[in-house]
Design a protein around this ligand. Sequence first.
Ligand SMILES: Nc1ncnc2c1ncn2[C@@H]1O[C@H](COP(=O)(O)OP(=O)(O)OP(=O)(O)O)[C@@H](O)[C@H]1O
Length: 598
Amino acid sequence: MLRPRHRTMAAAGQKQQAKDNIGTLKRLWSFLSPQKGWLIAVVVMVIVSSCLSLLGPYIVGRAIDTYIVTKQTDGFFLVLALLLFIYVALSASTFLQNYWMIRIAQKTIYAIRKQLFRHFHELPISFFDKRRQGELMSRITNDIDNMSQTFNSTVIQVISSTLTLVGAICVMLWLSPLLTFVTLLVVPMMYIGMRWITNRTQKRFREQQRCLGEMNGFIEEVISGQKVVKMFSQERRMIDGFLQKNEQLKQAGFWAQTYSGFIPKLMNFLNNASFGLIAGVGGILALKGMISIGVIVVFVEYARQFTRPLNDLANQWNTLLSALAGAERVFEILDMEKEERDETGAISLNHIQGKVEFDHVVFSYDKKRDVIRDVSFSVSPGETVALVGPTGAGKTTILQLLARFYDPDRGHIFIDGHDSRTIKRVSLRAHMAFVLQDTFLFEGTIRDNIRYGRLDASDEAVEQAAKWANAHSFITKLPNGYDTVLKQDGSGISQGQKQLLAIARAMVANPSILILDEATSNIDTMTEMKIQEALERLMKGRTCFVIAHRLNTVQNADRILVLNEGKIIEQGTHESLLKAKGFYYDLYSRHFQKEEAL
Ligand SMILES: Nc1ncnc2c1ncn2[C@@H]1O[C@H](COP(=O)(O)OP(=O)(O)OP(=O)(O)O)[C@@H](O)[C@H]1O
C-alpha cells in the first residue's frame, strides 16, 4: 500500500520541481531580456553553424557517390574548396556566437550580482541574525559563478545541440526512412537512461551546493574567530567540525559527480551500438542496391553528430541543473522581504533636539518571547542615561529599537515628539552615532575610517575630530599618519586605539543622539583615561544612551535605568538608587564596588 502513495508523492515532488525550474528560468529571463538583440544575433549564428555542420557531411556523402565510387575527377576540387569554405565559416560562426554569448553572460551576471548586493543592504537586521556570513558569501560568489559559467557556454550548446538534432533527423528521413528508424532505435534507451540519471543528479547537485555553502560559512567563522579558537584551545574541535562538513561535501560531491559521470559512459556505449547498427543494416541495404555508400557515410557522420548533441545535451543538462540550483539560492535571497519601507509620507528631520520617549514598548525577536516588556521612559535633550542590568536584560535591544534596526511590536518611540515610524530611517540614523564595544574598521586609510561618520567631512574636520578624540597623537606617530592603511577590521592597531577612532568617527558625525556601548576589555590606564576624556567631550550637549560598565559613567549619568528581564524596574540617579536599597543597590554591591576597591 505504501508504494503507490510513495510514488504519488515522488511524482508530485517532481512536478513541483519542474514548476520551480520553470519559475527560476522565467526569473533568469527577466535578467537576460535587456540583451534581447544580442541574444537574437547569437541564435542566428547558432542556426547558421548548425546548418553548416549538417551540410558538411551531406556534401562529403554526395562527393563519395559522385566522385569516389564512379572514379570521376571533374569538379572534385571544387567540392573540396566548397568543403573548406563550409568548415571555415563554421569556425567563424562558432567563434562569434561564443564571443557574443560571453558578453551577454557577463552583463547579465553583473546585473544579478549588483541586485543581490544592493538587496543585502535593504534586508532587515533580523535576516543577518539568522544566517552565517560565509553562507551568504557563498551565494554571491559560488552560486553566481556557477550561473556565469553556464551562461557562457551551456546556453549555446543546448540550442545548437537541439537544432543539430532536429536538422539531422530531417535530412536522415529524407535520405532513408528505414535507416533513420534503425539509427533512432537507441533513442528510447538514451531517454530512459538519462531520465534515471538526471532524476538522481539534480537532488545531489542541490545537496552539493548546500554543503558547499555550509562549509564556507564554517570556514569564515573559524577564520574570523581564529583568536578565540586559539585562546580556548579549540583547534581540535574546529578541525573535527570541519572534517565533518568536508565529509558531507565529499559525499554530496561524490554522488553528484558519479551519477553525472554515468552520462558520457552511457552515451559512448549507445554511440557504438548505433554505429554498429548503421554499418550492419546500411551495408545490407547497400548490397541490395537500396542505398548508396555515400548515404551510409552521411548516416554514420550524422549518427555521430546526432548522438554528440544528445551527449552534449545530457552533459549540459547537468550543468544547467547545477546552475539552476545556484540561481534558486540567489533568487531565494532576492525574494526575502526587504526592511519594511518607510511609511508613506514619512518625514526627514533636518535638525533634532534629542528628546526621546519610549511609550509602553513591547518587543520580541521571534514573536514568541517578549524581551522588552512594557518599557516607558522619557529623556530630555542633552541628558545622559545609563542602562544597567544583568546580562540578557534587554539593554542592547532598547538601543536597537531606538535606531530602528527593529520596530516595536506594540507601543511607540517618539523622537522630538515624532513617532519614530513616521521618520525616514536614513534621516533618523543621520542624527545618531554609535560607539560600540566592537569597533568595526574597514580596510582603508585612517582618514577614510574616521570620515565614515560623515562622508563630506573635510580633512581639517577629520583631524579636528581626531584631536578631540585624543586619537591625533597616536595617528601622527604611525608611518603614514592619517593615510596609514588599516588592514581589514583594523588588525594593525590596539583595542584602545580602535575605540579612539570610533569616538573620532562619532565626533565627525556630530549627532544629536549618541549611543554608547562601553567596552569591557581591559585597556591600560593611560589609554583608558584618554578614552574617558574623549567620551566626555563627545557626550557634551548630546542626548546619550550608555550601556554602562564603568562605575564612573554610571555615577556621572543624569539618570540610570535599571533593567531586568526586559522591564525597567528602577530609575533615578546613582545616589537615589543606592538609598532605595533595591535591585540597583545589589547590582552595585556585587559588580561596581569591586571596581571601586581597585
Ligand atoms: N538577534 C536576536 N534574536 C533573538 N533573540 C535575541 C537576539 N538578540 C538578543 N536576543 C535575546 O534578547 C534578550 C535581550 O538581549 P540583549 O542583547 O538586549 O541583552 P543585554 O541586556 O544587552 O545583554 P548583555 O549585557 O549581555 O549585552 C536576551 O534574552 C537575548 O537572548
